[in-house]
Ligand binder design. Structure first.
Ligand SMILES: [Zn+2]
Length: 279
């Protein structure tokens, strides 16, 4: 079995055929998906989708959404985390973090939302799912100040030293479609060299397409889609298997175990829903 540790199933790109997307994932052996929220406005959507399909979800405010977020959304998040404390589908606080790549974002406001959400994760005893873009050192500084019960640095793209610092703080690093590009030298080097217990797989669907879904700017202008989906995870995992010299079965077993360790609520959910995947 496979776990897609990061999938935005609620994205509008999946509106036409969401049921079929989940069915294709399951048919491909991707038995569990983690659906992170990005804003208070989609808390209910990710929760409902998770319940409808036997999936997991996380609640949080994404750094790219803090500009449009209200200050009271943090109190709202606290309320949701309290109200759904015993919901076995709720496995993390996320997607939270810092983005210093996209221009025009208020760094101080991002920091405020990041730190306040770390405090909530601590208070509610939940791991976090982190968005890292040109922000690894600042994220690490926050984690050193406010220790949380681990989690996942998703779509990790920092240096080897930064990767090791996340690992030292009990985090796993998420790898996906970027691994499938031969030119992704740094990410492939990290995936090949990190301790095996640090690796988890994700698609970030509908984003981060693997190379076989990639379309040029001209193709996109002509209307071609490069929508990624969770059923692609096993094929993406072949890149990791090749880099590590593992069989696909070893890769599945190891990454599944690592994801369950990073998000212990997933184990509770397996027990609660009877979703398969003991093998
Ligand atoms: Zn995401």
């Amino acid at each position: 079995m496979w776990i897609d540790s990061h999938c935005h199933l609620d994205a509008p790109e999946f509106e036409p055929d969401r049921e079929a997307v989940v069915a294709r994932a399951r048919a491909a052996g991707v038995t569990q998906l983690v659906l992170p929220a990005v804003a208070a406005s989609n808390f209910e959507t990710v929760r409902a989708l998770a319940h409808q399909h036997g999936l997991a979800y996380a609640l949080g405010i994404h750094p790219l959404y803090v500009m449009q977020a209200q200050d009271q959304d943090l109190a709202l998040l606290d309320d949701w985390l309290t109200q759904y404390r015993t919901d076995p589908h709720l496995v993390a606080v996320g997607e939270i973090g810092l983005d210093f790549f996209v221009p025009g974002l208020d760094a101080q406001r991002q920091q405020h939302f990041y730190i306040e959400q770390l405090k909530l994760a601590r208070r509610h005893g939940l791991p976090v799912i982190l968005h890292v873009r040109r922000s690894a050192d600042q994220l690490l500084a926050g984690l050193r100040r406010l220790a949380v019960p681990g989690g996942i640095a998703h779509a990790f793209n920092g240096s080897a030293q930064q990767a090791q610092a996340f690992v030292d703080l009990g985090f796993k690093l998420g790898f996906g479609g970027t691994l499938t590009f031969e030119r992704s030298l740094q990410i492939r080097r990290l995936a090949a060299g990190l301790p095996e217990a640090a690796l988890v797989l994700e698609t970030d669907a509908p984003d981060i397409p693997p190379h076989w879904l990639y379309k040029t700017a001209a193709e996109r202008a002509a209307g071609a889609s490069m929508r990624n989906e969770p059923a692609e995870l096993p094929r993406i995992a072949e890149s990791l298997a090749d880099l590590r010299g593992w069989t696909l079965a070893q890769t599945a077993a190891l990454c599944t175990a690592n994801t369950l360790a990073a998000l212990p609520g997933l184990q509770r959910l397996r027990g609660a829903t009877g979703v398969s995947g003991t093998g």
